[in-house]
Design a protein around this ligand. Structure first.
Ligand code: GAP
Length: 517
């Protein structure tokens, strides 16, 4: 099946099964804003817990914070967002579609690099065991040509971006013959800067009111609280502050479902360190964060690092953890070495010292920061994309059938187990409810008695429930039940008394967190 079709099906699945709804759908929706439904909110909470526990619970030197969305307007002048949080936009005159000019160029670079990799793969197949990839890359004329092209476009892009040269960016789009992905037209307008922050006014009288912004990142709430947390918690460097919260960006191009939203959630951690130690901590957090993703058990080939060509105004090194979405490898998380940029800027703008006295060095300084910043909604999408499967199966009676199953890591599943009486009589519902009532303190449980067992299984498969328990007449005799495993569809007869132990072992967050510790 085409990746595009998979993505369409996944999006439809989210609505059909109560994971995600378009915001204000009954009013025809609001673009790039989404609501999380009954299963979506549970999955989202489980992802948050996995992140929070990995950051705050497992690290003595990381503490949490929940700062307000509204902040003093000077915060955003100091942080550089008022002047520099812009995207260069370009319109296509024929299709009337609007694009981010930098994204058009990045996608062009990506295509060139894919071309190179395809050539290498082709040669590897042709030459078999004797293939020397390094030598081939160094000597093959076509590869050298493509590499040279890639480097020259990259250099021009970096130079134009760093200078804020919008004409230069446009010229690059023209020179690379980049066409509108929808219409194929190359009839482009000028490139213009567009600030991504939403503003509003505080106070009831608009003339006197101040313009304030909806925060475009949660990080600044952490920076402005650096001294509060450090002093009240008597924190010693290095230490981190972690926060989960909403962020808002007036994205020019809102596409790909919850990948790029105008209201979204971030899970950010700022790690405050001694100046000079930034490289070492940058590498440390790169490694730690990649392990966190991989510990969920999806295929390792779905993740890669992508170092930034164009650095944000605050960073001296930055990389993305990219995930192989149905629409290609894209950023899920950023790891940024932010130097002392933010604290120094706030120090300058607020006129107060934001420094740390280092007993060992016997001096005060503005700490450096390495940040890890992951979009919760994007993380949600990676989990769904990696878990969603359409399978052909053979039923117990030998008939062919199909099922859609979400093979969610059990610790993230919205419902951990569903309890079914085989029939709605003979006391089986009462026994089932008693079992559910006993287990609901430990796990998110569901009780279902409607429809055939097969249909009940399908519904639970579709929301990713890892275990279904069926209570039948034998249960009344020997206190055993069948447990059915979502991924293998195998069934096993087990004593009721063992259910808690079996399920705990499989859904345990501890087992996954231990891999990170
Ligand atoms: N504090 C640093 C920062 O905000 P960023 O790379 O702009 O860095 C971090 O954003 C993460 O936030 C991204 O990796 C992405 O997962 C998520 N994110 C950013 N913009 C988003 C949007 N419009 N919709 C959904 N997630 C977004």
């Amino acid at each position: 099946m085409l990746q595009e079709d998979i993505f369409k099906k996944l999006t439809a699945h989210c609505k059909e099964y109560g994971f995600i709804f378009q915001s204000s759908e009954i009013y025809d929706g609001l673009s790039a804003v989404y609501d999380y439904g009954q299963y979506g909110v549970e999955l989202k909470n489980n992802i948050k817990k996995y992140w929070w526990d990995a950051m705050v619970l497992l690290n003595d030197d990381i503490v949490g914070l929940d700062s307000a969305i509204f902040m003093h307007p000077d915060v955003w002048k100091a942080s550089g967002h008022v002047d520099a949080f812009n995207d260069p936009l370009i319109d296509n005159r024929d299709s009337k579609k609007r694009y981010r000019a930098d994204v058009l160029i990045e996608e062009f670079l990506e295509k060139l690099s894919e071309k190179i990799n395809k050539e290498v793969a082709k040669a590897a197949r042709r030459f078999g065991e004797e293939f020397d990839e390094a030598m081939f890359r160094k000597t093959n004329a076509r590869i050298l040509d493509l590499n040279q092209r890639l480097e020259s476009v990259r250099m021009r892009f970096v130079e134009a971006s760093e200078k804020g040269d919008l004409d230069g960016i446009r010229q690059l789009i023209i020179d690379c013959e980049i066409a509108d992905p929808v219409s194929g037209s190359r009839n482009w307008t000028e490139v213009r800067q567009f600030n991504l922050m939403f503003d509003t006014r505080v106070g009831s009288v608009s003339e006197d009111a101040n313009t304030i912004y909806l925060r475009p990142e949660t990080a600044q709430g952490i920076f402005v609280n650096f001294m509060n947390v450090q002093k009240s918690g008597r924190m010693k460097l290095p230490f981190g502050i972690a926060q989960i919260g909403k962020a808002f960006r007036n994205e020019i191009v809102a596409r790909q479902f919850i990948f790029r939203m105008r209201e979204f959630e971030q899970m950010e951690m700022q790690f405050f360190i001694r100046p000079g130690e930034e490289k070492q901590w940058y590498e440390y957090w790169k490694d730690k964060r990649m392990k966190w993703h991989k510990a969920l058990g999806f295929s390792e080939s779905k993740y890669r690092f992508h170092d930034h060509v164009k650095l944000a105004h605050y960073a001296d090194a930055a990389t993305d953890i990219e995930f192989d979405f149905p629409f290609g490898f894209k950023e899920v998380e950023g790891i940024h070495s932010r130097t002392d940029y933010d604290l120094s800027q706030h120090q300058k703008f607020c006129g107060k010292k934001l420094q740390y006295f280092d007993n060992e060095l016997n001096k005060s300084y503005v700490p450096y920061v390495v940040e890890t910043s992951i979009g919760l909604d994007r993380m949600f999408l990676t989990v769904l994309a990696a878990s969603w499967k359409e399978e052909k199966i053979t039923k117990a009676n030998g008939q062919e059938d199909e099922r859609v199953v979400l093979q969610l890591p059990p610790l993230l599943a919205p419902v951990k187990l569903a309890v079914f009486p085989l029939v709605k009589k003979d006391g089986l519902p009462e026994i089932s409810q008693k079992i559910r009532d006993d287990l609901r303190f430990d796990f998110a449980c569901q009780y279902e008695e409607k429809d055939s067992i097969g249909r009940r299984y399908r519904r639970q498969d579709a929301i990713g429930t890892p275990f279904c328990i069926t209570i039948d007449h034998q249960t009344r005799e020997d206190e055993t039940v069948t447990i059915r495993y979502r991924d293998t569809m195998e069934q096993e007869r087990v004593p009721v008394g063992k259910l808690r132990e079996i399920i705990s072992e499989k859904v345990s967050i501890k087992k996954v967190l231990e891999k990170l510790y």
